[in-house]
Design a protein. Sequence first.
Lengths: 233, 279
Amino acid sequence: MKHQDVPVLQDEPLMRKLPRRAFLRYAGLGSAGITALMLAASCHKDHNNSPAAEEVNLGSGDVGILNYAYALEQLEAAFYTQVVQTPYSGITDMELSFFTDIRDHEIAHREFFKAALSTHAIASLQFDFSSINFSSRSSVIATAKAFEDLGVSAYNGAGVYLQTPDYLTLAGKIVSVEARHAAYLRELVMTDTFVDTDVVDSNGLDLSRKPSEVLVIASTYIKTKINASGLPQ
Amino acid sequence: MNMYRIFRAIEEIDPEVYERINTRREAMKEFAHVGKKLSLAALPLALGALLNKAYGQSNTSASVVDILNYALTLEYLEASFYSMGAAQGSALIPNSNDLTAIQKISADESAHVNFLKAVIPQLGGTPVNKPNFDFTANGTFPDVFSNYQTFLAVAQAFEDTGVRAYKGQAANVMSNSTVLQAALNIHSVEARHASKIRLMRRVNGFSNSVKPWITGNDTGGIGAVVQPVYAGEENTVQAGVQITGIGGLSISASAASEAFDEPLDMQSVLAIASQFIKS
């Protein structure tokens, strides 16, 4: 254990930062009203009904982060939809069953963000999967593994930018499912690689990536141009 | 945990706090009374109950240090468990690939313990001591270190609980982005562990239905003894949005519940963990 790797932390007791009214609200607020909060959070134009766009703007603040997540979920859902539609040769029953589960999870995530963002949601993205050989097991599982690890690092990196506690919890509900996917897919590629050093550091902490790093990697597969200028860089 | 400091802080923010309970004296008396009967590890539970009375929601005022000590307690539990399991070697874990996996998880959990022990003093806190554990849970799992099936069942319960515990506290450490970042980065590692343990149970034939993800509130064939770990995981409504059949698509209730892991509050997590804590 290398203690010098541990960052210096500042003591910020939760309550000292909160005025009384905020504290009472924080103490009493459940998850109710979250959709209303989402609606009030931004005032971007409605791109929701156009099937595809030349460029999408993620927006800023919490809406920007949620649109960023929505974009990544669109990518994953489209990929797994293709995987299940045209299974690679030699796929086992358990693999097909688990890939079908994963597809449904990613579709659920995508549709959730679309519904929750409502009029603030970006349009549907267009994808380019020409670099993936869907009939090859190794191509599919390597890509799936990369997408899942990317998703985990993306959520881990974006969580600290969220201002609304309920959104943070929601992102948490999704990222652990992505991590479950990631570990399973890493095990498909090679056994006992579920926490290898390319994803987990010597403190036992998972990787985080900034939105700019994630979008560069994802852009290989996304045809639609994504404007992320409103996001923390 | 300095209770007076916590009470003072609450008073500063909300001078009428004791009208919500009774009087300050009553509150202190009540707490001292409860505190005498409880171990240190259970104090957050008692505090949570008191605040619950005042504000109708638990855990609202646990400080970042308290939350990190809570995390440390859970990491001690996991680290000790895997360390003892791995020490049994092939006598417990016949498959060498599985033994490697358990050793890797053991190393991660020990790293989490060391990390938290290093972080807590930087926030002015004192790391809690390692509790004494009873991994048989008072005889519920008598063969936990001699029967691989039992060992993996307990491991699954610990990992799935750990994921829920970190998730449940993320919003409570938002005031310190460095702590939040670390908590998120541990949280997803626990989920990787959970996935691998569940896959190992499936591949070893200990359950013919368990998957790397949690379906409904299903225990994955372990049974009622770990049911509290999965309470609420069957949720299919997120932020008011029904996920089953969302967008007119054929998303089943099972898939809808699997797609979102649910948080668990400190009280419920400690109730699970305390079954394995002697003192």
